[in-house]
Design a protein around this ligand. Structure first.
Ligand SMILES: Cc1cc2nc3c(=O)[nH]c(=O)nc-3n(C[C@H](O)[C@H](O)[C@H](O)COP(=O)(O)OP(=O)(O)OC[C@H]3O[C@@H](n4cnc5c(N)ncnc54)[C@H](O)[C@@H]3O)c2cc1C
Length: 398
């Protein structure tokens, strides 16, 4: 069989760029296709990431990719009476500029030897029998076929490539969040991410203010897919209701998108000759919807497994399942724990949330967010005695 590349990556966001780099570093010939003219743009993201990830992923952030440094987060109760500030090594982060950040990741892949095809949409998959054997992509406006031993689908929430290959990557409406965000100026910012919980203001989600500079911020809302009206309605209403915080703010950009917040895919993300990585495989934090670094982590793993098997001539599903086996022992375990927590959080009323905020201190809330449930459940005795209705909900965490 003649192949144009060992590995083809469809979609060159954080997952795809990391996959392309890892496969090229492993010695494969790699092509990465992205439909965008300019990688990273338009931005559809709050752009917040934890700094610890960069070391873990062996990735370096260029100063130019950083819009603002973050020392921690402020979590605000629905009634605004309680604010919890968490600052520790794990909350150190940055708000990146994804127009720079994504392009930097693609440049790293290019430097490692991957061939990058920007403005080249993948519109089909090639098959040899039941084996995925490449892609059909529009390059320079013309449809062309590119054969490869393995394909990595990293095309984000739309996840059309995996579906073209016959994998079911649909995220149900219940397990999908919708996010809308304005980039705003005249927003006074500290080096803290602000998170506002309120079922009334953001059902199954939260409102966020992520600083992008001294007076610039991403202001957004994420809500569950079954909610109506739409996320923009909730965001506009929240901004209008809080003139003390955003009265002078002006919108300079509108962004939005969907976020799969159900269980991350593992075995289901692997087919004959194909691996799915990143948001396309629902590898997103189910509570806050963050997925940039999770996508990078999964993409790197997908690139390594695809490369190893492409070089050995073993890109059948049985061999590529190594990706799922590694993923389910590590990242998926954490995400499934977070999913359990999300399912508890979404049952709480604003009244419950206000009571929890007033009973727990900063450390407890931090524990809760790190899924250290046992430590927190013990501390909640008094609260649970006064709110028997909460017992059943919270006991799901023990
Ligand atoms: C409103 C909102 C706010 C968010 N805020 C945060 C946040 O603050 N922090 C965080 O960590 N995460 C956040 N996320 C999630 C984060 O954006 C994603 O988890 C992350 O981008 C996933 O990376 P990815 O590489 O899997 O997919 P993407 O970043 O979506 O990249 C997919 C790439 O594939 C390309 N592509 C798609 N189809 C094709 C095709 N057919 N052919 C070729 N190329 C194709 C796209 O152009 C794109 O470049 C947010 C998401 C939303 C919607």
């Amino acid at each position: 069989m003649a192949y144009d590349f060992d590995v083809i990556v469809a979609g060159c966001g954080p997952a795809g760029a990391m996959a392309a780099k890892a496969a090229a570093q492993a010695g494969c010939s790699v092509a990465a296709f992205d439909k965008r003219k300019e990688l990273g743009a338009p931005v559809r993201c709050g752009e917040g990431i934890g700094l610890h990830w960069m070391d873990e992923l062996g990735s370096k952030l260029r100063d130019k990719a950083i819009s603002a440094e973050i020392s921690g987060s402020v979590l605000v109760s629905p009634d605004w009476k309680n604010k919890v500030t968490i600052r520790n090594a794990e909350t150190k982060g940055v708000v990146v500029d994804r127009k720079v950040f994504d392009k930097d990741l693609a440049m790293d892949a290019g430097r490692a030897g991957a061939q990058i095809f920007a403005h080249s949409e993948v519109v089909g998959v090639l098959k040899d029998g039941n084996m995925v054997a490449g892609v059909k992509a529009f390059v320079d406006g013309k449809p062309q076929e590119f054969r490869a031993k393995a394909v990595i689908a990293a095309d984000g929430g739309e996840s059309t490539i995996a579906r073209l290959a016959g994998l079911n990557t649909v995220s149900t409406l219940y397990d999908t969040d919708f996010g809308v965000e304005y980039e705003m100026v005249n927003v006074e910012c500290e080096d803290l991410i602000e998170v506002y919980f309120s079922v009334a203001d953001a059902p199954r989600g939260y409102v966020w203010i992520f600083p992008k500079g001294k007076d610039v911020a991403n202001v957004g809302v994420g809500i569950g897919g079954m909610q109506s009206p739409n996320a923009k309605h909730y965001l506009d209403r929240w901004i209008k209701a809080h003139p003390e915080r955003l009265g002078k703010a002006q919108t300079v950009a509108i962004k939005g998108g969907l976020i799969p917040v159900g269980a991350p895919m593992t075995e289901g993300a692997v087919g004959e000759g194909i691996i799915v990585a990143g948001t396309a495989a629902h590898q997103v934090d189910p509570i806050h919807g963050g997925g940039i670094c999770l996508a990078m982590e999964a993409g790197k793993l997908a690139g390594e497994v695809a490369a190893k098997n492409a070089l050995a001539g073993t890109t059948d599903r049985a061999h590529l399942l190594e990706y799922a086996r590694i993923y389910e022992k590590g990242p998926a375990l954490k995400l499934l724990k977070r999913l359990r927590m999300r399912k508890v959080l979404e049952k709480l009323s604003d009244d419950d949330l206000n009571a929890i905020f007033s009973h727990l201190d900063d450390k407890d809330i931090d524990n809760l967010l790190k899924s250290n449930f046992a430590a927190v459940v013990g501390k909640m005795g008094g609260l649970l005695m006064s709110r028997p209705g909460l017992v059943k909900t919270i006991s799901a965490l023990a």
